[in-house]
Design a protein around this ligand. Structure first.
Ligand SMILES: [Zn+2]
Ligand SMILES: [Zn+2]
Length: 210
């Protein structure tokens, strides 16, 4: 079994099936790791990945890289984009992977297929058929890499508190008393506050006597 098929099988188990998004994640990860000089068949302790979506693509990334949220080597930025940045912590090299047809309008890849399903009105009605989904897998798996992906080497500094390992800092929220790790607390009105308390408007009003 070739490497791609091995990861496809792994992703299938993790995701519960194969779809165009999962294949995007697999292909992004294999390409970016090659650019970083990392072998996905091995354990890569120096790899950190920032994904920008909580959708299928991310399971493809996890299947290839082995990075997970629990190990703190997979980071999630809630941007709703099929974009992932792969960092080799030992060399400092960072590769940002995205869909080619996001920027190159003459390319036809994942987004052209997806836009066609959404028929330009932002609504996918009726829902995609199994044939539509199969077509997406075929497009994304069959395209040559240079037509599917953009791989850019970028400057990227991993914030100190994002680095895996034992927490360097633990705070306690002065409102709910719950512990907050890795510098995620806020200092508001002289009080240490967790982000979930800070999201409660009435608590903030009380604190600042608004
Ligand atoms: Zn999926
Ligand atoms: Zn709190």
């Amino acid at each position: 079994m070739d490497e791609y098929t091995t990861f496809l099988e792994k992703a299938k188990k993790l995701h519960g099936g194969v779809c165009a998004g999962v294949v995007m994640g697999i292909r992004m990860s294999m390409a970016a790791m090659r650019e970083l000089g990392m072998d996905p068949a091995k354990q890569n302790k120096d790899l950190i990945v920032y994904v920008e979506v909580d959708r299928c693509m991310t399971d493809g990334v996890q299947a290839v890289t082995g990075c997970t949220l629990g190990h703190r080597n997979l980071k999630y930025n809630d941007h709703g984009k099929f974009v992932a940045t792969f960092i080799n912590m030992s060399s400092g090299k960072a590769i940002r992977a995205s869909a080619k047809d996001d920027t190159c309008k003459s390319s036809h890849g994942f987004w052209k297929w997806a836009e066609n399903l959404f028929k330009g009105n932002g609504k996918c009605e009726p829902s995609p058929t199994p044939e539509d989904m199969e077509e997406g897998v075929e497009i994304v798996s069959g395209l040559p890499e240079e037509e599917l992906l953009v791989l850019e080497e970028i400057q990227f500094e991993v914030p100190e508190n994002d680095i895996p390992g034992f927490p360097k800092h633990i705070a306690t929220c002065e409102i709910c008393n719950e512990h907050v790790m890795d510098g995620k607390e806020l200092l508001l009105g002289g009080k240490i506050i967790c982000r979930s308390c800070a999201c409660k408007e009435n608590l903030l009003k009380e604190l600042f006597e608004l």
